[in-house]
Each structure stands twice: as C-alpha cells, then as structure tokens.
Write a protein that binds this ligand. Structure first.
Ligand SMILES: [Zn+2]
Length: 242
C-alpha cells in the first residue's frame, strides 16, 4: 500500500489549488463585465458627439435653404423695381430690398457661426473616433487575454480534478471520510505541517509528548490534539528522527 500520509498531503495540495482556481475563476465574469461597461460608455460618448455634429450640420443646411429662399425674394424685388411707376412705389420696393439684404446678412453670419461649430465638432468627433479605435483594440486584446486565462483556469481545474481522482483510488475510504470531515470543519484545510513544535493549522504548540508520538509513528495518520487536523513533519525539519 502506498504511503497514506503522502497521498493525503497530495490530496490537500490539490484541494487547496482547486479552491484558489475556483476563486480566481469567479473574478473573470466581473472583469469582463467591467470591460463591457467601459465599452458601452465609450460608444455612447462617441455617439453623442456624432449627434451634436449632425444636429449642427442640419441647422446649417436649414439656414442655407433660408438664405437661398431670401435670395430669390431679393431677385423678385429687384425685378419689381424695373416695373414700378411711381416714386412712392419705388421707395417702398427699395426699402423692401434693403430689409431683405439686412436679413440675408444676418443669415450669412449665422451660417458662418454654424460652419465654425460643425468644423470644431467634426474635429472633435474625428479625434474621439481615432482614440476610440485605439481603445477598442486594447479592449479586444484585454478581453482575449481574459478569455484565454479563463480557458487555462478551466483546463487547470480539469487537470487537478483528474489527478485528484487518481489519488483517491489509492487512499483508504475511511481516511477519505476523515479528511473530508476535517476539511469541512476547518475551512478547507485538513492537512498541515508541524513547524517548530507548532501546528500550522491552529498555531498552537503541540505538547512534547505528542510530538514524540507523532515522530515515532512513522508516517501514520496523526492529528493535532487541538484542531484535529492531520499533521506531519516537513521532511527538512525532520533531522531529529532516524
Ligand atoms: Zn492544530
């Protein structure tokens, strides 16, 4: 029969590794979720910029249409000027032309302002767009890395579980039962070493008599009298024996 203490130590090592792996695995969805949220935020801010640009552009086009309508009106008034018969009519049309010209000049000023605005907004959108592209590449890379890590983590878990099954085959059923029971009561840690006379599970000094007993037991399954964990001596600390 294989050394049961060695096997149970290996089983503990695997279970501790599995516990860590499962814990790490829980972080992945959170990390990916956070990335996705960031992505949504960036996209929305970009969309907002584009919308402002489009709105300003629409306003500008509207003003341009107004202007061309006013220019037609101006032309009509000017044509009318050639047809008027009295001085009074002539003055009235002149006044009309003046008014239209003043109005057009106002529209032109507005169009210029909108041109400046759309220009600024277009530059801003372009810059945001190129920043976004860069960011998006990073985002894709980060996501890929996370997914690769997750896959690796799943693979590790599978490997550890397979190894665990192999080891279990060689451990006596009673010992497995004992191990699982202690593990459940002691936060997943059922097998610990003794260092400087101290149980590293509960950090209590094991009485010298018990230490002696454990040393003499020659790899038998021994338990800490305080926390009941299965205890062993680290090989390199084991100078005193033999
Ligand atoms: Zn203990």
């Amino acid at each position: 029969m294989e050394d049961q203490l060695e096997l149970i130590k290996q089983l503990q090592a695997i279970d501790s590794a599995l516990k860590n792996l499962e814990k790490t695995k829980l972080d992945f969805p959170k990390k990916i979720n956070q990335l996705e949220k960031e992505f949504e935020k960036k996209k929305q801010s970009l969309e907002k910029g584009k919308t402002s640009f489009e709105e300003a552009q629409k306003e500008r086009r509207k003003k341009e249409k107004d202007l061309s309508r006013e220019l037609e009106r101006l032309q009509k008034s000017q044509d009318k000027l050639a047809l008027v018969k009295t001085n009074k009519e002539y003055q009235a049309v002149l006044k009309e032309i003046d008014d239209i010209k003043q109005h057009n000049s106002d529209i032109e000023t507005e169009i210029l302002l909108f041109l400046e605005k759309t220009d600024t907004l277009a530059k801003k959108v372009n810059q945001e767009e190129s920043e976004y592209q860069k960011w998006f590449q990073e985002f894709e890379k980060k996501k890929e890395t996370l997914n690769t890590e997750l896959e690796k983590s799943n693979q590790d878990i599978q490997n550890q579980k397979a190894l665990r099954d192999t080891i279990l085959e060689n451990i006596e059923p009673d010992l497995i039962k004992k191990f699982e029971m202690i593990k459940e009561r002691r936060q997943g840690l059922a097998v610990v070493s003794i260092q400087d006379g101290l149980c590293t599970g509960c950090n209590i000094n094991i009485p010298p008599q018990k230490i002696l007993e454990i040393r003499k037991s020659n790899h038998a399954i021994m338990q800490c009298p305080f926390c009941n964990r299965i205890v062993y001596f680290e090989e390199h600390n084991d100078e005193d024996t033999e």
